[in-house]
Design a protein around this ligand. Structure first.
Ligand code: URA
Length: 220
């Protein structure tokens, strides 16, 4: 991975911060409280496509014999099985759209979690494509406490996906959540547009962007 494409934080060896100017610019507009639901959703889709482009840089290639209008050639194509995009419901759906724009042939799984009495995630839905030899991109915009992120990845690992085949994509992470996530899944790479300051008393990321699900779907 070229050093200029990603920044790292010494506390979190598997965290990669995508600090491309276009990504940072779009994130700023998403953070702005004046940004409308419609614009927020569009920006999330565009931003996720750009992030997806960066995190798929090292997908293995093979060649396929084709004929251009001038001659036959062995041309590069992505090797192996199709990638799987796995949004965590509901906010992850907004990111899945951008990833599907980038990789239209990707398979899609879904993981449904809700917050239980003790604020820990409770799983209510998991549906995945077959796992053998496939790369999984799990997406959810806010890695806050890290409990949902860790749970979602655990759901994949329990179904036979090797940690090295999982990439976790979020927009913004909190250090508290990264600690939780890294403790349970030290081999899973996490990609974000920003590592923010901290969580507030209600477990919102500060400065963050508010409730991502509400801002995507216009609920409150
Ligand atoms: N979920 C959100 O949508 N926003 C936060 O800041 C934390 C969790």
């Amino acid at each position: 991975m070229p050093a200029h494409a990603m920044r790292q934080d010494p506390r979190f060896p598997n965290l990669f911060i995508l600090d491309h100017p276009m990504i940072q610019h779009k994130l700023t507009h998403m953070r702005d409280r004046r940004t409308s639901t419609r614009t927020f959703r569009d920006l999330l889709r565009e931003l996720t496509l750009l992030m997806g482009y960066e995190i798929t840089r090292d997908l293995p290639l093979t060649t396929e014999r084709i004929e251009s209008p001038l001659t036959a050639m062995d041309a590069p194509v992505i090797a192996g099985k199709k990638v799987a995009v796995v949004p965590v419901l509901r906010a992850g759906l907004g990111m899945a759209e951008g990833l599907m724009d980038l990789i239209p042939s990707a398979r899609q799984g879904h993981i449904g979690l809700y917050r239980g009495d003790d604020a820990r995630p409770v799983e209510y839905y998991v549906r995945l494509p077959d796992v053998e030899g496939r790369m999984f991109i799990v997406c959810d915009p806010m890695l806050a406490t890290g409990y949902s992120a860790a749970h979602a990845v655990r759901a994949l690992v329990e179904r036979g996906v090797p940690p090295a085949h999982i990439r976790y994509l979020a927009l913004v992470a909190a250090p508290e959540g990264m600690e939780v996530f890294q403790r349970e899944h030290p081999a899973v790479r996490v990609y974000v547009a920003a590592l923010d300051s901290h969580l507030d008393a209600d477990s919102y990321i500060v400065p963050g962007l508010g409730d991502a699900g509400d801002r995507i779907f216009g609920t409150k």
